[in-house]
Write a protein that binds this ligand. Structure first.
Ligand SMILES: CC(C)(COP(=O)(O)OP(=O)(O)OC[C@H]1O[C@@H](n2cnc3c(N)ncnc32)[C@H](O)[C@@H]1OP(=O)(O)O)[C@@H](O)C(=O)NCCC(=O)NCCS
Length: 151
């Protein structure tokens, strides 16, 4: 892999992020409008991963009060298993913690072993389940990471 940089996303990155989102989620991809909204409203928590100047992944979160929520994380298929997802999530959690988040929650499909493993590795724990949450009928696991007492 070339040089990896994790940095805050900007409007200039929007179409690159849209492409990453579509390649990673297909039919279930967030729309350009939703991504634009996340970028403009929660820009501090919208990060992109660049390898040799090319956007190959991104991660987005929201913060309401002290409750952080991971909205999305995706890395282009040909750049997976290189530590990019972990680097994005680590940087995002750090920003959320610095901004006062006490906890971070997320939903993940029970079928998404790669993402579940990544979240477990970062300290998230399963705290609940939502039946038939996704379009394909699969259930979502709700996971949570406590940031209390860190830093
Ligand atoms: C989930 C995703 C972001 C992980 O990105 P990544 O850059 O490949 O992740 P990393 O290389 O940082 O992996 C970190 C850890 O996650 C786990 N992991 C990642 N991919 C895995 C896989 N295919 N199978 C099992 N575990 C996996 C491993 O524990 C891995 O550590 P290791 O490589 O030392 O074993 C990526 O697979 C992706 O974009 N998937 C499609 C989009 C998606 O499902 N996003 C999550 C929606 S909730």
């Amino acid at each position: 892999m070339g040089r990896l940089i994790v940095r805050a996303g900007s409007l200039r990155d929007l179409m690159d992020v849209v492409r990453v989102e579509h390649r990673c989620f297909g039919q279930e991809a967030y729309s350009t409008t939703t991504l634009l909204l996340l970028l403009s409203r929660y820009g501090r928590f919208f990060l992109v991963a660049e390898v040799d100047g090319r956007v190959v992944g991104y991660a987005s979160a929201t913060l309401r009060g002290k409750a952080g929520h991971l909205v999305s994380i995706a890395v282009l298929p040909e750049f997976r298993r290189l530590g990019i997802g972990k680097a994005l999530l680590k940087a995002l959690l750090e920003r959320l913690r610095e901004a006062g988040a006490r906890s971070v929650t997320l939903e993940v499909s029970v079928r998404n072993k790669a993402a579940i493993n990544l979240y477990l590795k970062m300290g998230f724990k399963a705290v609940g389940k939502i039946t038939r949450y996704y379009q394909d009928g699969s259930d979502a696991i709700i996971m949570e990471l406590s940031l209390e007492g860190e830093g």
